[in-house]
Design a protein around this ligand. Sequence first.
Ligand SMILES: [Zn+2]
Length: 464
Amino acid sequence: MARIQVGRQDLPGDTKDEASYLPHTRLSKILGVRLPKRPAESLWDITIQDGKIAAVDHHDLTASEKVRHLPGILNGKGQLLAPSLCHVHVHLDKCFLLRDPQFADLEVVDGTFQEAMDVTAKAKARFDVSDLTRRGRSLIKESISYGVTAMRAFVEVDDVVHFNCLEAAVTLKREFANHCDIQICAFAQHALFSGPDRGERNRELMTEAASWNEVDVLGSTPYVEHDIKEMKLNVEWTVELSKAHMKHLDFHLDYHLDEAKEPLVWFVVETLRAKKWSNVHPKTCALGHCTRLTHFGQEDWKKLREAIDGMNVSFVGLPTSDLYMMRTKSKTRGTLAIPELIKNYSFEAAIGVNNVGNAFTPQGNCDPLSVACLGVGAYQAGTKEDTELLYECVSQRAKRVISYNPSGSHATFDLKPGEPADFVLFKEKNNAWKAYRSISHAVYEPSHARQAIKNGYLTSSHDE
Ligand SMILES: [Zn+2]
């Protein structure tokens, strides 16, 4: 197939510092909004001070008429205001490969996991900092337009891409600092102990990446190692590295459905315990995918809950990718039942977008709320209580899992004074009766017409 020749100036999102074109308007009041957990027919006025909620009062129509044209006042027009969204797990470096003309020859032909690994490896060999910055910028801008104010962005570090992905991520972290807090995860997608040099070069590069101040999290994929001995070495080495550099941990773990294989999760937990990881290291460990654990019964889950007791270990479901990649004839859904983990066993957990527009996950976009929407069907979770939980999984729970704002303060459904003014305002321009009146409505049918507010500043305004 002929490569399409595209001039770099024609590629979208290629403008330097696009964040400076996004709104960044300080707000002092948001008037006349509906709020979660309050009667759907009631309207409220929010006062904001120093990036936090200062007061929540019944909507005062007369007072509002007098001030709503003034700078810093946002007219909520009866729309739903909810806590802002968070990407708990998103790959910044390999997004939009299927739509990018530069990678047009790398199509999905077989739709297998191996093909996704191979196609992505080919794409990676062509990555450069400017291409990575362009695609990453597009993902971040789009995410902000969906109401995302914080994200954990995975970027790969290995002997193919070296620090290119990391450098692009650092540029974007600075560029969008006012609009979205980007936590960078330096991520070893390649083996750390297998292969021709037994992973030595990859370990050297990851060790150097761990020393970067801008790197908040270290991650690896033990399943890419050739045998179980090397997988365990991968886990031990990454735990040690995170301890040495005081970084969070994030493993892609047990990403298969083979019941005959012992789940590695037990070894991860044993290693954290043996290395006294939580005692000396007040950081978090997130475990992504874990599809093998869908075979777990009640006793296994209880045992795991006890095993992680006292440690900040959480689970991240990535259903968009899992449902596509984990083809199964078994009775499991092929993706972790995150709502059950939270409700039945009190695990900390969240759900995330994972990949956008590549061979691992060709379908979907970078709206975290679309994953919550998918969850209604994937987890059969459609009640009011379920949909609120799903929303939390892409908002306040996601923020907790990535340890965003370690002081523990996040905007919640209560939207109480003192909570950060990090919101998303759902807009409905054309049909007043279709305006969202509850969180359930936003989860059932996520529209793109939203405004994002971070730290008391309006950061995006998207009209559909
Ligand atoms: Zn991932």
